[in-house]
Design a protein around this ligand. Structure first.
Ligand SMILES: [Fe+2]
Ligand SMILES: [Fe+2]
Length: 303
């Protein structure tokens, strides 16, 4: 029997369904992943065509071993950005429930999502350790920029922002899950994340769809700009320049080559296609933020 807060409302029904799905398909990454299995020699960690330098003259000069190593470091870099983003999201969710009926299904699902994100962040931490990589992180600027967001962000803006990382990582990880040539460890972590994130995406999309039509003109303009800024920060921090140095490349030259790489634009465009279609549908694109969207690479070659 659901609680007594807005029972029968659409919001409660969505939360009830998501809670049931969480109970039916829950994972404990510590026991559900074989962390002791050795890495497979000669297997990529990320599909080769999704590595940032794929197709560039630098890539052509790299040995197969170096390319595989770069894919290992790029997965670790994205996992560390994933932890950072999940920490931000956990705080946003805790703040979201603070002013709401604490016995509602809507709040109980937020608790469930926080619990899942706690386990994901632990999983990504173990993955970075297993890959024998440093904790790259998003860098000091993004670290500082997110502090204000996680402290004050709320409503449509907060949930729409959550979707940036969730939708982009989800599209990337679906491909990784399906690619049998990849390292089993990255496929296993991707699979758990894809299954659980599908629920988070639904929860966040629902909040955005419910709130977006009621935003004032000023609120919409501010939200559009904030989302563009967040998308730019996230997209340009997925691959830390330290990954290039780790495989013996000049980090500045490699980063420049990656940013100008048409294959990279295709990859970012592919990863963000669903996100951008959703934003467009809810009037969250446009205005002065478009410049940031283009610079982020997430528009792909649509520039
Ligand atoms: Fe997650
Ligand atoms: Fe999530």
């Amino acid at each position: 029997m659901p609680g007594t807060h807005g029972i029968g409302t659409d919001r409660e029904r969505v939360a009830e369904r998501l809670l049931a799905a969480s109970h039916a398909h829950a994972f404990d990454p510590i026991t559900d992943i074989d962390w002791d299995a050795p890495l497979v020699d000669g297997a990529f960690f990320l599909p080769a065509h999704r590595v940032s330098l794929y197709g560039t003259p630098i890539w052509e000069r790299m040995s197969e071993r170096q390319r595989i190593d770069l894919s290992r470091h790029e997965v670790a870099s994205m996992a560390s950005v994933g932890i950072w983003f999940e920490v931000v999201l956990m705080q946003l969710l805790i703040r979201h429930v603070y002013d709401r009926p604490l016995t509602s299904r809507h709040v109980q699902y937020a608790f469930m999502e926080i619990a899942e994100e706690c386990r994901h962040s632990t999983m990504f931490g173990r993955l970075i350790e297993k890959l024998d990589c440093p904790e790259y992180g998003p860098g000091p600027y993004a670290h500082a920029a997110a502090r204000a967001m996680k402290t004050f962000g709320s409503g449509v803006q907060a949930f729409a922002m959550a979707l940036i990382a969730e939708e982009v990582l989800d599209t990337m990880q679906r491909e990784m899950t399906a690619d049998e040539s990849l390292q089993p460890i990255t496929r296993q972590t991707a699979r758990i994340h894809v299954i659980e994130e599908a629920r988070h995406v639904r929860y966040a999309r629902d909040e955005v769809a419910r709130g977006a039509p009621h935003m004032s003109g000023a609120e919409r303009a501010i939200t559009r700009l904030a989302l563009a800024r967040a998308a730019h920060i996230i997209a340009t921090r997925l691959v830390h320049p330290g990954v290039y140095a780790a495989v013996g490349l000049d980090p500045a030259a490699a980063q420049r080559a990656a940013r100008a790489n048409p294959y990279r634009l295709d990859t970012l465009g592919h990863w963000s296609r669903r996100l951008i279609a959703f934003y467009d549908e809810h009037g969250l694109l446009g205005g002065p933020g478009q410049r940031l969207w283009r610079a982020s690479g997430l528009m792909g070659r649509r520039i």
